[in-house]
Design a protein. Sequence first.
Length: 222
Amino acid sequence: MEHGHGHGRAMTAEEVRAMLEPSAWDERYGGEELVWSGFPNPQLVAQVDELTPGAALDVGAGEGADAVWLARRGWAVTAVDFSQMALKRIAEHAAEAGVEITTEQADVRTWTPPAGAFQLVNSQFMHQPAEVFAPLVARLADAVAPDGHLLVVGHHPKDLEKPEIGRPPVGDMLFTAEEIATQLDPSTWEIVAAETRPRQLIGLDGEPVTGHDAVLHARRRS
């Protein structure tokens, strides 16, 4: 189940765009409560469980559940977020878990990670307007080492068809895995998965509802 999803109403498009700024997330992560569930994203677990650990970049790392999960499995994790409060929470969760995670504050909309430096680049539910997201994906892809993996997961646009899921009306900020796959040069990339995966969520009315994740997993050829 997706946790941390407030019941009652969906955010408006204006509220969502306000969340694109670090100050909004500093405020959100500055409270006592966890914003997210504390569990790693299920598509990360499904795609990465069998991979040999190396250097990993977790982009838009939030409270660090994915980063901690990766670190526990032996990955050398760099967790990046534009919220200083998020990075503070990641450091706290890493300490509790007894793992080391490198944190870096950066606005991924303009930040360029080091080229070819990571065996895994993970981006989970980091929604941006399309004109920002396409060049961002290209920069993240450039950061993947030969034989490394790129994992990009997000809410699928078909979730907008079910008002009870409560996705905000921001179609330009949702994507399909196939759209991202077309950005990747087939001579450089092998598409491991480009699909739409159902996931059980709790709707605005508190009832279970099926949502869908867009899952793109690609391996850079050696």
